[in-house]
Structure formats: structure tokens, C-alpha cells
Ligand binder design. Structure first.
Ligand code: MCF
Ligand code: FE
Length: 441
């Protein structure tokens, strides 16, 4: 059992409470939060974890969408248009996955941990990432991917998929959770999709899918036209979309699913999702490289969708750090006029919302939650806030001196989430289920 204290704690609860000079006790789970002295007296057996002077503790980040098998990519793939990218993937994917040996994947996961990530949602295309993911110290939801448009090949595809899926089940443990991914609308046929979703339902598996990512996919699903028609001629002389947008979402009825991208979802299409079971994974950097459009975060939130953050793979990003991804989000979502508010929203997307999507009891600093958290060292704030529990700053206005001092303190603290996203690079400590991870570079 351990006790840890920090100058600041981001609880990542719904109203983004920031605690000052508080502590918590934990083993595998967080046992209690509060005053350091009181907790030390109540839990005399708890060992003190040393923290840097200006420390900030927050839940470990959850990167809900990566493709670690593509980790060797840097100069290989082509960007600017989805189909141009896809063509380059088709010609380079075997070579890239060949280069992504266990060592590279483990090193890449270590880099993610160094930037404060505790959990990864890994989309596994070939199973080349299986061993490394299962033995890594990270918490990994391992989405075994299935794709195939030509129904004549369904039996082969299913058999090959089941072999990979069973191997992942054989290696399952508390931190390694097998799941499934239906690649997309344009790369699967309905029978294959039904096969996968039946399996997911029967075995209670999490599901992930790429959805409405490019203008080509949007035109294809809506009008049966555009560049996908040409692309899909490799499988069929006269290809037609396998689903309407509505029918595709319907396939996931009753199924906990992460819909990745949704860049081309129209405002009223957010109503198709089940708000309790369907979640959107937003990959801002990847969208800039492949999708030609920014995801409408405001519209999704207006429709009460729960949105989480993913980096996508190094196949469409230059970094798997959630901090870099949040910085990209700060730049891209210029329609959020209140930057501090956007910063808080992004931090919740990277923690609490992601945990909810993946059905994991973490993502918050709260008694009862699994103790996945990171410690960062932050700089000095302009003024030391005097209040010890800060919720979103009050909007009230009075002229009293006391109120002005208090309001500067509140304002300073309310800048901290934004300052943190702007400046933070490396965690000084990372705990997963209460165990400290070796972050040595
Ligand atoms: O999320 C990005 C873009 N959208 C779709 N797929 C992928 C992404 N990054 C990697 N991929 C993989 C995908 O899992 O590329 C292949 C699949 O295995 C493309 S389809 C042959
Ligand atoms: Fe992806």
C-alpha cells in the first residue's frame, strides 16, 4: 500500500476538479483521497512515494486507437488524400509490418508510457503485434481486425481471423484484453460484418471500427460514386456499397463500439448512435493527413456523444504521445473560443471518456478506481491559488478586493490544464494498477 501527495491533482471528474496539496492512498486501486496528514495517520503502513516539488498527478492517458504494426513508417506512406494513402499502404504494408519486430513495438509502447499513457487500444491488422503487446507492461485492449470485400473469400478470412483471435485469447491477462475490429464500411461485406459482430456479442467483446473517414467513403456510401468505385473494381466489375450509413450503424446495435473518425458524419447522423454504447474516437492529426476535413467536435458534443482521443498509428501521425495529440487538437478546433475550456475537454477525452468507452474502471482519480496514474513536474504558476478544491471558476463579478485576489487565484488555476497541455512532454512517474512502470529512456 502506498501514499502519494502532489501540488496539484487533476481528478478528471465530470466538472474537472483540481485539488491542491492533497494526497491519496492506493494499492491496485485508489483507496482514499484527502489531506496528507490525515491519510498518513489512518494508513500508517502505506509507503510514501516521492514526488517532485511542483508535481501534478492525473489519470494515465488512454490512447484508444493505434496501429503499432505500422510503427516503422516515417518517410514511406503518402499523405494528402485518403486513397493516395491507401495505395501506399497496400504496397508498403508487408514491408512495414516486417520491420515492426517485437523490439520496435515494445520501444514504441515505452515511448508512449514516457509521455504518460497507461492504456492503449491497439488495432491489430496481422497479429504481428501480439507477442509484444501481451508481454508489455502497458494495459492493452487488443482489437483483432477483420476485413475483406470479396464474399467468395469469407470462409478463408474468417478462419484466418479466428486463428489470430484465439492466439490473442490464449495470451489474455488482466492488462491484455482481446477485442475485435471491423475495419470499415468500404473494406468489408455484410456477411463478414455479421460474423464478427455475432462473435463480439457472444463473447462480450469490445468492438472498434473506422467510420466516415474520407470524402471518398462519404460519397461512396451516400451516392455509390467517387473514387472508391474505381478502387473496388479489383473485387467486383460493378461494385456497389455494402451498407447505407444507417444500416452500418444498425449492425452495432447493443454492442459497445468505438467509431473512429466520423469526420464526414452529418449533424443529424449523430442521432443514429446509441449514447450509452457507441463512442467516437477522434484522431485529429491523422485526419489532417488523410481526411481533408476537421471532425466537428462541437456538433458531436451538442448531440451528447462521448468522444475520446486516439493518435491513430505512425502510419498517419508523427507521434503517439497524447500530449502532442492534444496540442494538435488545440490548433485544429479553433471554433472553441475558450481555450481553457477546450483544454479541460481534451484532458477528459484522453482519460475519463476513453475509460468509459473501453469499459475500464479507471480514467479518474477517485476511491475505487484502478490506480493507473502519472506524475508530471510542472512549472510555477503566476499566483498561488489559495482554495484547495477548484471547480470551473465562478463567473460572478464583484468589486471587493478579497474577491479580486480569489478570482486571480481561480483564473491562474483554471489556466493549468491548458498550460499543462502546452508544455508537458514526459511523465516523471507512471503507475499501472498501482505498480510503478520503468520509464528509463
Ligand atoms: O486509421 C488509419 C486510416 N484508416 C484506416 N486504416 C488504417 C489507419 N492506419 C492504419 N490502418 C490500417 C488498417 O487497420 O491500414 C490497413 C488496415 O489494416 C488499411 S486497409 C488494407
Ligand atoms: Fe486507424
Amino acid at each position: 500500500m502506498f501514499i502519494i501527495r502532489a501540488r496539484y491533482i487533476f481528478l478528471c471528474d465530470e466538472c474537472f476538479t483540481i485539488l491542491e496539496n492533497k494526497a491519496f492512498v492506493f494499492d491496485e486501486r485508489i483507496l482514499e483521497c484527502g489531506e496528507f496528514e490525515l491519510l498518513r495517520d489512518k494508513y500508517p503502513q502505506a509507503k510514501l512515494v516521492q514526488t517532485p516539488p511542483n508535481s501534478l498527478i492525473l489519470p494515465a492517458f488512454i490512447n484508444t486507437h493505434t496501429h503499432l504494426e505500422f510503427s516503422a513508417n516515417a518517410y514511406t506512406l503518402h499523405y494528402g488524400d485518403f486513397l493516395v494513402w491507401l495505395k501506399s499502404v497496400m504496397s508498403a504494408r508487408s514491408a512495414l509490418s516486417e520491420q515492426a519486430k517485437d523490439e520496435l513495438i515494445l520501444r514504441t509502447i515505452r515511448t508512449m508510457q514516457q509521455s504518460g499513457t497507461g492504456t492503449v487500444g491497439e488495432i491489430s491488422s496481422f497479429g504481428g503485434d501480439l507477442r509484444a503487446c501481451a508481454k508489455s507492461s502497458a494495459r492493452i485492449v487488443f482489437f483483432n481486425e477483420l476485413l475483406g470485400v470479396n464474399s467468395a473469400q469469407n470462409a478463408t478470412k474468417q478462419a484466418e481471423f479466428l486463428t489470430r483471435f484465439r492466439k490473442s485469447k490464449d495470451l489474455a491477462h488482466e492488462r491484455f484484453i482481446p477485442a475485435v475490429s471491423l475495419h470499415s464500411t468500404y473494406s468489408t461485406n455484410r456477411a463478414l460484418a455479421e460474423f464478427l459482430l455475432n462473435l463480439a456479442q457472444k463473447e462480450g467483446l469490445l468492438v472498434s471500427t473506422h467510420f466516415l473517414e474520407s470524402q471518398h467513403e462519404s460519397a461512396w456510401l451516400r451516392q455509390g460514386r467517387g473514387k472508391f468505385k474505381q478502387w473496388l473494381r479489383f473485387a467486383d466489375d460493378n461494385p456497389r456499397p455494402n451498407y447505407s450509413i444507417k444500416d452500418f450503424v444498425k449492425l452495432f446495435k447493443g454492442q459497445r463500439t468505438l467509431f473512429t473518425h466520423c469526420v464526414y458524419a452529418k449533424d443529424d447522423e449523430f442521432t443514429l448512435f446509441d449514447k450509452n454504447l457507441h463512442f467516437i474516437t477522434h484522431c485529429a492529426f491523422s485526419n489532417r493527413l488523410l481526411s481533408r476535413k476537421t471532425f466537428d467536435l462541437k456538433a458531436a458534443l451538442r448531440h451528447k456523444m462521448s468522444v475520446n482521443l486516439g493518435t491513430d498509428g505512425l502510419s498517419s501521425n508523427i507521434s503517439l504521445s497524447m500530449l502532442d495529440e492534444m496540442r494538435a487538437n488545440l490548433l485544429i478546433h479553433s471554433d472553441f473560443k475558450d481555450l481553457s475550456e477546450l483544454a479541460r475537454i481534451l484532458l477528459l477525452m484522453a482519460t475519463r471518456n476513453a475509460a468509459k468507452a473501453l469499459n475500464l474502471e479507471l480514467g479518474e482519480i477517485k476511491a475505487g478506481k484502478i490506480a493507473d496514474f502519472s506524475v508530471f513536474e510542472v512549472g510555477n504558476l503566476l499566483a498561488n491559488a489559495e482554495n484547495s478544491a477548484h471547480k470551473n471558476p465562478p463567473k460572478k463579478d464583484t468589486n471587493s478586493k478579497a474577491h479580486k485576489t480569489q478570482s486571480l487565484a481561480n483564473q491562474t488555476l483554471s489556466q493549468l490544464p491548458l498550460q499543462f497541455i502546452l508544455n508537458a512532454q514526459f511523465a516523471s512517474k507512471l503507475f499501472i494498477a498501482g505498480k510503478q512502470i520503468n520509464l528509463a529512456r
